[in-house]
Design a protein around this ligand. Sequence first.
Ligand code: FAD
Length: 330
Amino acid sequence: MAGILIIGEVQDGAISAVSDELLAAACKLVDEGVGGGISLAVMGDDLSAVTAAQAPGADRVIRMSNPALKHEGTGGYDAPVLAVAALNESISPDIILFAKTDFGAVAGPRVAFKLGVAVAQDCIDVALDSKTGRVAVTRPVFGGNALGIYDFNGDGTQVATIRPGVFDPVEGEGSGTIEDFDVSNAVAGVRAVLVETVIQDSEGVRLEDADVIISGGRGLGGPAPFEQLQELADLLGGAVGASRAACDAGWVDHSYQIGLTGKSVKPTIYLSVGISGASQHMAGLSGARNIVAINKDDNANIFKSARFGVIGDWEKVLPAFTATVRDLAG
Ligand SMILES: Cc1cc2nc3c(=O)[nH]c(=O)nc-3n(C[C@H](O)[C@H](O)[C@H](O)COP(=O)(O)OP(=O)(O)OC[C@H]3O[C@@H](n4cnc5c(N)ncnc54)[C@H](O)[C@@H]3O)c2cc1C
């Protein structure tokens, strides 16, 4: 076995939390018997602040620094794909893990195509298949209504993207080695380079990190009620999310969208307001610990997953709930 290669991501100069989740997936595979160690590679223009201590569980951290990989390896795809392909050739891992982030969801399949191997997207589990000695992955299928376990054909490198929020990040400090991998030849022929990234301003807690999420759907009837959701989210130190129907209607930006084609979240409390609970929405909630639903339709699908539910008009329920929270908050 040649080991596990994680394509980590860098945020504000350091290895990001989503990479720690990939490390948890890799550590699980090692516990099950995958040999060869765990390598975590990061890409960027200036990786001088990246240390091995930021990667608990990794045997080595590999820095690939090059101007073509600026924007911390999270923007543009040609150069990162060429860099990962070169690293793959050098260390021949058994499996390459990406996070299913905006970057990994696009770069992962491109790397697989470049290597001529299969890719499994949006995996929620990885496990050593004792019969084949290769890694098998679990993916939600049919809009999240069932789970499929997939083997990879052949004996080449496997590529998988892992859904954020399904593995608890490895905590603590890493004690692996750190090394630099020169990608200047690999990226020399790159045809497209990202010249600018425009980061959308947002205040407060990120949806992906929020412990409390107040989420609105088409049942809200328009954009204005999202202010009430924001007020409650602020009182609880949480974030506001939305269904795709609310985003498609233009009531809130698509960055609020939770679900199959939106974000995966893992709050302790997910309060859904006027959301039916379609399977594509629920697909983003597999990590939510307690779903609380306000919906006027007692047959709404959301109630099948809700721990607590209020059958009623949100316009009556929500203001009373918010007032109570405000009183309790003092
Ligand atoms: C390929 C694909 C991908 C998709 N990806 C996503 C995704 O990532 N995320 C996502 O959310 N959807 C996704 N969808 C869409 C999904 O199928 C649903 O259409 C969508 O989630 C419905 O949004 P909703 O629950 O807000 O609206 P609706 O289904 O219209 O539900 C509105 C709910 O509000 C309730 N309601 C109405 N008025 C009130 C009131 N006054 N008080 C209380 N309750 C009220 C109604 O009873 C109803 O249950 C996807 C669909 C496809 C085909």
